[in-house]
Design a protein around this ligand. Sequence first.
Ligand SMILES: [Zn+2]
Length: 110
Amino acid sequence: MSDSTCRSCRSCGAAILWAKLIDTRPGKTSKPHPFDPEPNPKGYYYLYAPGGDVAKLEARYVQRGEAWPEGAKRRVSHFATCPDAEEHRREKRQPRGRQMGLTPPRKDPP
Ligand SMILES: [Zn+2]
């Protein structure tokens, strides 16, 4: 896995910020998730760099009513703002090869 935190959306080309979404619920795993690089007042996530290492950004979901950490900026998932969000979803079920100039979806080992 790459540690690069700043890349472009495979689908719409927008800049995105990758952070490991920490999910503390039982049975859930933490995995890399794309976020918009700009803070958004509608966001329910905040990002932080453990130990100050920005190459290992982590993200947390803040529930309604939960207190926000001091100074934390609100972020939104890129899936919420991506104009091609439908493509993201569709891609998982029926991969298609007609997106020109894009590398085919990676096959992650199970
Ligand atoms: Zn996108």
